[in-house]
Design a protein around this ligand. Structure first.
Ligand SMILES: [Zn+2]
Length: 426
């Protein structure tokens, strides 16, 4: 049986990119191939596969008929030309953690009170099909299955079609879930700066993602007088800079903003662009800051539109409230790190993860390993083998304790989150 590192490095052959990363967007043949590998590998480990209607894959071990399952996992899809660690690490580590726990149960070293399921969530990244956290959001009921199956990519292929084509559109009943744990690379540089090996995540940042469409008037780049132009690209460019400068109103590292998507129409040399679509996001630990910053940004965007005589359409497409992870899960990670003899610190996640979806419905723990240089969503993303192995050891300890029935989780609903949706009403 291949060891963890061999398995992990093998997954990078699915959708390998020239620069040492992967390109495995959700529902593509490359994604389908690595997901088929996951099913084969889990079956070799004696696990039972089930696939739900939104294409989440579950590999289960049942020791106690009818008892709820500890879920552990992450995602196998990637951003375009991205790093090979994001998501995939957590899925492969979960398979190996489950195999270790199963050995401990078989040998009598561990007495289970709950069953165990490894999960491979569909479309965490949300690049080919928006929004992100798709599979986990449908699983938890935060989004409707019908709406998400109908989402289409830029060439009109729907989620339903992509799932059919990759053999991942299931109808299976899924085991009842008791709790969820996810291991992920940090994607930032806080662990590296502090020279700490494990991050115990205490909560997520509030995130607001907005789609902006700027509509001007298409015209001739040569013949149209400057005073007659309604240039959608020039207006959209000003909006991009407004988004970036927004962080200047807040203390350093209190907020991050960006425009990640920018589509120009018609995008040819001889035409003043008539239409630009862009997607922006604002993130902060504090929901009131996101609400306030969005109100300011919105007024700036509208002012750009008025001054330049273009129409601006604004549509919220993803709002993620800041919610703490249960303290008992954070402590479980800390104890597991101490047991493994490695350092651990508390931090928040600025990035989205399936654990954030799951934290709405079941007790959830999220843990990080360091990312070299804090880079992610690019081929340069890197975590050393030793750190990957350390994360697996801590995850295995946490999963083992959960299968045994610990800890006494605090109900996530009891710890109220903070909303970043504000008074948005259009
Ligand atoms: Zn990820």
């Amino acid at each position: 049986m291949p060891d963890f590192l061999t398995d992990f490095h093998h997954t990078t052959t699915f959708g390998a990119s020239a620069g040492g990363g992967i390109d495995r967007q959700a529902g593509t043949p490359e994604h389908g191939a690595v997901r088929a590998w996951f099913r084969r590998r889990a079956e070799e480990l004696g696990m039972t596969i089930s696939v739900d209607a939104i294409g989440n894959q579950f590999a289960s071990i049942e020791w106690i008929p009818g008892a709820p399952h500890v879920f552990t996992g992450s995602h196998l899809d990637s951003q375009p030309v991205a790093g090979r660690f994001d998501g995939t690490y957590g899925v492969v580590a979960s398979l190996h953690a489950a195999a270790s726990v199963a050995e401990d149960v078989a040998s009598g070293r561990l007495v289970p009170t709950q069953n165990l399921t490894v999960v491979d969530w569909f479309n965490e990244e949300g690049c080919r099909f928006e929004p992100s956290l798709m599979g986990s959001s449908v699983f938890t009921g935060a989004r409707s299955l019908e709406d998400i199956l109908a989402v289409a990519d830029n060439s009109g292929v729907t989620v339903a079609q992509a799932l059919e084509e990759t053999g991942c559109r299931g109808t299976d009943a899924i085991p009842p879930v008791a709790s969820y744990v996810e291991l992920h690379i940090e994607q930032g540089r806080r662990l590296e700066r502090a020279e700490v090996q494990i991050g115990a995540v205490t909560g997520n940042w509030c995130t607001r993602k907005v789609r902006v469409t700027v509509i001007g008037e298409q015209s001739h780049t040569g013949a149209t007088l400057m005073s007659d132009r309604r240039d959608a690209l020039a207006a959209a460019s000003e909006i991009v800079l407004c988004v970036e400068r927004l962080v200047g109103h807040y203390p350093e590292d209190a907020m991050v903003t960006s425009v990640g998507r920018f589509t120009v129409g018609p995008d040819v040399p001889g035409v003043v662009p008539g239409r630009v679509e862009l997607s922006l996001d604002l993130r902060s630990r504090e929901a009131p800051k996101v609400i306030e910053a969005w109100a300011l940004l919105r007024s700036q965007i509208e002012a750009v539109g008025r001054r330049r005589g273009v129409t601006v359409e604004i549509e919220d497409f993803d709002l993620r409230d800041a919610v703490p992870f249960p303290e008992s899960g954070v402590e479980l990670t800390e104890k597991a790190a101490a047991g493994a003899g490695v350092s651990c610190m508390r931090l928040e996640t600025m990035a989205g993860h399936d654990a954030i979806s799951m934290n709405r419905v079941v007790p959830t723990a999220l843990m990080f390993v360091p990312s070299v240089g804090g880079v992610s969503h690019c081929e340069r993303e890197f975590t050393a083998d030793a750190d990957l192995a350390t994360g697996l050891e801590v995850l295995t300890r946490v999963v083992g304790r959960l299968v045994e029935g610990a800890p006494n989780w605090v109900d996530p609903a009891a710890e109220a989150g903070t909303s970043c949706s504000g008074s948005w009403s259009e």
